[in-house]
Design a binder for this molecule. Structure first.
Ligand code: AP5
Ligand code: ZN
Length: 215
């Protein structure tokens, strides 16, 4: 099964991808995590990405489509994949369909995590991330057992460079202009499932679980 998770920055895509990965053993493809890994590697490519991401802009469609194509070919993704952060533009959504079609596959479900802007600004401002696993916490809504430390590995948590107020605003603008049209793209295909993502994580998770189990 191939599932796309849609929603604005801070909707909870990463939070629920981690749960889906643990529950359904699907491969988690987060383009944001992959790009941040490249930035940390210090490569020339990573240096270029860093500036774009810190401004909250999008990386070129062609670069992103090549990246996702490589990732989907991994054996671990053969049983199913959760796409978190991709596609983010209409051209990316169209290209994704083409890539999957080449191996007789398609997107089965697009889960839209619907949330208002005023809710995500608070979430992103208080987010702490465990880099190796992509697990996220929130200092108020979902605190780790020990401040600044991942519950499972005991490793330190960090704040993302793009979770600064000005960058958050720009990411939200970019989302409205470039990404939100893909909601209709999947609605027209009849595979869109909408979830109210303003509720507590456990309530959202119940809905997502039942959506994944259908079909
Ligand atoms: P990416 O990493 O994809 O960031 P994003 O879309 O901005 O989404 P976030 O990761 O910020 O939010 P999330 O929905 O995962 O929320 P989370 O679960 O962490 O992309 C980063 C950048 O990479 C882009 O800006 C772009 O530059 C580039 N990029 C990536 N993909 C690209 C592409 N395809 N094309 C071009 N460029 C691309 O939750 C957020 C916080 O809220 C956490 O603290 C969490 O604990 C808390 N929280 C979650 N759910 C709840 C809840 N229900 N109640 C209370 N708190 C909650
Ligand atoms: Zn994320």
């Amino acid at each position: 099964k191939r599932i796309v998770l849609l929603g604005m920055p801070g909707a909870g895509k990463g939070t629920h991808s981690a749960k889906m990965l643990a529950r359904f053993c699907m491969c988690h493809l987060s383009t944001g995590d992959l790009l941040r890994e490249e930035v940390r590697s210090g490569s020339e490519f990573g240096k270029k990405l860093k500036g774009i991401m810190e401004r909250g802009e999008l990386i070129e469609d062609e670069v992103m489509c090549n990246l996702i194509k490589q990732q989907l070919a991994k054996p671990a993704c053969a049983n199913g994949a959760i796409l978190d952060g991709f596609p983010r533009t209409i051209p990316q959504a169209e290209k994704l369909d083409q890539i999957l079609k080449q191996s007789g596959q398609s997107i089965d479900q697009a889960i839209f995590m619907n949330v208002r802007e005023q809710v995500v600004v608070d979430r992103l401002g208080g987010r702490w991330t465990h880099l190796n696993s992509g697990r996220t916490y929130h200092y108020k809504f979902n605190p780790p057992k020990v401040h600044g430390v991942d519950d499972i590995t005991g490793e330190p948590l960090v704040q993302r460079e793009d979770d600064k107020e000005a960058t958050i605003r720009n990411r939200l603008n970019v989302y409205q202009n470039k990404t939100s049209p893909i909601i209709d793209y999947y609605r027209k295909k009849g595979i869109l499932f909408e979830v109210n993502a303003e509720r507590p994580v456990n309530d959202i998770w119940k809905d997502i679980k039942s959506i994944v189990k259908t079909k």
